[in-house]
Design a protein around this ligand. Structure first.
Ligand SMILES: Nc1ncnc2c1ncn2[C@@H]1O[C@H](COP(=O)(O)OP(=O)(O)OP(=O)(O)O)[C@@H](O)[C@H]1O
Ligand SMILES: [Mg+2]
Length: 422
């Protein structure tokens, strides 16, 4: 039935978005925008919040009803399950997103559910079709008047509950031929095409990413699952809980700085970071693998000596993995690092989310103030405090996946899957 409604809307030139598992075939029509399964709660909420005009810190894509002027229909299958999946998002506020969008947006909805309350949305629902059964009691509990109850049975037999008298009816079968050649639909997205939000990829191979000279492409994501870049500024902070992919992200940033000739030093106990840099820059870059005051001082002396020689106005880069631990073990050296990164050096560092969120002074506090970096596993407590951004709408519920996070660049937020560095 939902498919029939969606097909009819598409034929009339409406834009259609679909939420639910069995609706993927709608995507072959150029008038169809986003088709999303409820298992991707983040993207479902992103779609609904975009349609309702909410701002969650991400750039607004084209193809929204306000820009295209097209009438728009959202079909939602198994609305109870969709609402349950959404409620795991946004610190619990996700459960209200459907109701908010139904109430606030100019978009039309067609919902399919199994209960009389329509997942608590009954107040927003105008017309209902109850697929009737042979059981009078069941039908009545779903809102069918007693006179028409129990007359169902065949698939598609329904009682129509609209503004007028209730009627027993047979629902049309969808016209499964979309009436558009499949290749034309895929190739030609018209200029006013509806927004197609893509899933953030499960994994991204570092080799697959196009690297330019300027910004570092750290992974893929955003609304189009395209490359996500982070411009080299005065410094970058990568945070996450242990095992979230911090060293891997840093390795990628370090390699890029090494290839650009900007890297001056690396302090990392995780040997893979130093190895990756050596592979690109050979012995030109000093790598320290122990957090001892003597080793760190030697490296800082060397970096300070080369600072005036920095070419092209670009700041020399120092990479520090697990900066929170370095700051505990080498207190004075960390202070010196903080002073260096205030003026001369771009510090690219990682830390646990908790330590970064609590840092009020020292190098971690300096980096937080730059509001530039990657928050891995953003469901972790303290994630929103690191850069002062609410990240709940960009966080996938469930078990965190290594390399999944949010790129923060000033006020810009982009969900990302960080690439596994080669
Ligand atoms: N972007 C990614 N894509 C896929 N897997 C990843 C990614 N980043 C890290 N991993 C995997 O997750 C695990 C932990 O990665 P990594 O060592 O980078 O995390 P970490 O936060 O530095 O951990 P630790 O707490 O040990 O320092 C590794 O096994 C790595 O292969
Ligand atoms: Mg690590």
């Amino acid at each position: 039935m939902l498919r029939a409604v969606a097909r009819a809307a598409l034929e009339r030139g409406w834009h259609v978005h679909a939420i639910g598992a069995g609706l993927a075939d709608l995507a072959d029509h150029p008038g169809t925008g986003t088709v999303v399964d409820r298992t991707d709660a983040r993207r479902t909420a992103r779609l609904l919040r975009l349609l309702a005009g909410h701002d969650d810190g991400q750039a607004r894509p084209g193809g929204l009803p306000a820009a295209t002027g097209r009438r728009t229909l959202v079909v939602v299958d198994d609305v109870e399950a969709v609402r349950a999946a959404l409620s795991a998002l946004g610190n619990g506020a996700g459960g209200d997103v459907l109701a908010d969008t139904l109430a606030d947006s100019p978009v039309a909805f067609a919902l399919a559910g199994s209960g009389p309350t329509v997942a608590g949305l009954a107040a927003h629902v105008g017309v209902r079709a109850v697929l009737a059964s042979r059981d009078r009691h069941d039908d009545v509990s779903l809102g069918v008047p007693t006179g028409l109850a129990g007359q169902g049975g065949p698939p598609g037999r329904a009682v129509w509950l609209g503004p007028g008298e209730p009627v027993l009816c047979q629902v049309v079968l969808p016209d499964d031929d979309p009436g558009v050649p499949a290749d034309a639909a895929a190739a030609e997205q018209p200029a006013d095409a509806p927004v197609r939000l893509a899933a953030v990829p499960e994994r991204v191979a570092g080799e697959a990413l196009p690297q330019g000279a300027g910004a570092v492409v750290v992974g893929a994501g955003g609304d189009d699952a395209g490359p996500v870049a982070l411009a080299p500024g005065g410094g970058v902070l990568v945070v996450g809980p242990p095992g979230s992919g911090r060293s891997t992200t840093l390795r990628l940033l370090a390699r890029h700085a090494a290839a650009a000739g900007a890297l001056r030093g690396v302090i990392a106990r995780d040997g893979s970071v130093g190895d990756a840099v050596r592979a690109v820059a050979g012995a030109r870059v000093t790598v320290v693998r122990r957090f001892t005051p003597a080793d760190v001082t030697a490296l800082l002396d060397e970096v300070a000596g080369t600072v005036p020689a920095a070419a092209g106005g670009e700041r020399p880069v120092v990479v520090v993995d697990d900066l929170d631990q370095l700051a505990q073990l080498c207190v004075l050296e960390a202070e010196r690092l903080a002073a260096l990164c205030r003026d001369d050096v771009a510090l690219v560092a990682s830390s646990t989310t908790a330590s970064a969120a609590m840092a009020l002074r020292g190098p971690l506090a300096e980096l937080r103030a730059l509001r530039r970096g990657v928050v891995l596993a953003p469901a972790e407590r303290g994630s929103a405090d690191v850069f002062g951004h609410e990240l709940a709408w960009l966080t996938d519920p469930g078990r965190p996946r290594a390399g999944r996070g949010v790129v923060v660049e000033g006020a810009r937020l982009v969900p990302v899957q960080v690439a596994r560095a080669p």
